[in-house]
Design a protein. Structure first.
Length: 360
């Protein structure tokens, strides 16, 4: 592996020993064909405005209810419950919108769901555009489980809206540049360094499935899993065997060249993002929710980014990015890139912080 250039991407892992994972969760509608990433210059101002809006929301407390980017109007919107806060919103360059429920009230809904409705086949996140918590239910939720869920949802009134998905939520064992375990195939997410040594991030459910990795099926080992977190969160850290390897900070665009990655960033609702994976290539969409919880059969994962970007088995661990910013690691979802789907991503900044890692 000496001086070998390793791309940052997402790829699929397959194999009998991970049949449940390989069946994989699919992703949401609206996923488009492979396209080149936007220029870094275009993304920076939006990210700065998103951070400014988030800071204001935190400062306003129960007088606010989140923020989002309105792509049609090309503006950030800050939800407020107190009309007297409108001037503070306008001072940041955002547009105020008066809504009924505050952030603390909607977070209270998340707490109730977490306590009483952790049912496999469900997921939820706050959608500031609706000023509600969206609870998504897959076809496996039936009988007593559906009755239990209905009881919890009904108790929360109009703070909740329920939507249904056509296929089950599952982790997507796959990714961008393919990485191969002993019996699985996944995607490399992003190359990182820890104390100057080369590592890469991928999905935690991939790390659980294999302790060693190759860059080709049946090939020699190139790295070892040193930490894997799933369920709860969904990321794994893999150390390259060759400390002198050239691990480039780029994402494979599958026929469209590559995208340089320079930093990690938090996602915001309404953000246009792209995902790279070895099964389905590059697809785009937008962020639909933050701090999402998805209840897989294998366990619950929280703090995720919810999107309408599609993905397929083999895309797990792959890179979610916005121009030159690393945003997330592909976890799972429902659907596919033919019919569309919903996909959840582990935020990269949280994984970097937990592992003491930085982008190269």
């Amino acid at each position: 592996m000496a001086q070998r250039r390793t791309a940052l991407t997402t790829r699929a892992l397959t194999g009998a020993s991970v049949a449940v994972l390989a069946a994989g969760a699919a992703l949401l509608p609206g996923a488009g064909p492979a396209t080149a990433a936007p220029s870094p210059a275009a993304a920076t101002p939006a990210a700065a405005r998103a951070a400014s809006a988030a800071t204001l929301v935190a400062r306003l407390g129960d007088r606010a209810a989140g923020s989002y980017y309105d792509a049609a109007a090309h503006r950030f919107v800050v939800n407020i419950t107190d009309p007297s806060a409108a001037g503070q919103v306008r001072a940041t360059g955002a547009v105020p919108r008066t809504v009924r429920y505050s952030t603390p009230q909607l977070r209270g809904v998340l707490g109730t769901l977490a306590q009483h409705a952790r049912i496999a086949g469900t997921a939820w996140s706050i959608d500031p555009r609706q000023d509600k918590v969206v609870v998504t239910v897959d076809p496996t939720v039936a009988g007593a489980r559906r009755t239990r869920l209905n009881g919890v949802v009904d108790s929360l009134g109009d703070k909740v809206v329920v939507r249904r998905t056509a296929s089950a939520f599952k982790p997507f064992i796959a990714g961008g540049d393919a990485i191969w375990g002993s019996t699985v195939r996944c995607s490399l997410g992003f190359n990182v360094t820890v104390n100057g040594a080369p590592y890469f991030l991928t999905a935690g459910h991939c790390g659980n499935a294999s302790s060693t990795w190759s860059d080709s099926q049946g090939g020699g080992e190139v790295g070892q899993t040193v930490d894997s977190q799933f369920p709860g969160t969904d990321y794994a850290l893999v150390q390259y065997d060759d400390a002198g390897s050239d691990h480039a900070s780029v994402v494979d665009l599958y026929g469209g060249g590559s995208q340089q990655i320079t930093h990690a960033a938090d996602a915001y609702v309404g953000e246009s993002v792209q995902r790279s994976g070895s099964t389905s290539g590059v697809h785009g969409g937008s962020v639909t929710g933050l701090d999402a919880t998805v209840n897989y059969e294998e366990g619950s994962v929280s703090g995720l980014i919810d999107t309408d970007v599609c993905a397929e088995p083999g895309d797990s661990g792959g890179a979610l990015f916005d121009s030159d910013a690393a945003i997330g690691l592909t976890s799972g979802g429902s659907g596919d890139c033919t019919s569309g789907g919903e996909t959840f991503f582990q935020p990269v900044p949280a994984a970097l912080s937990a592992e003491g890692a930085t982008l190269p």
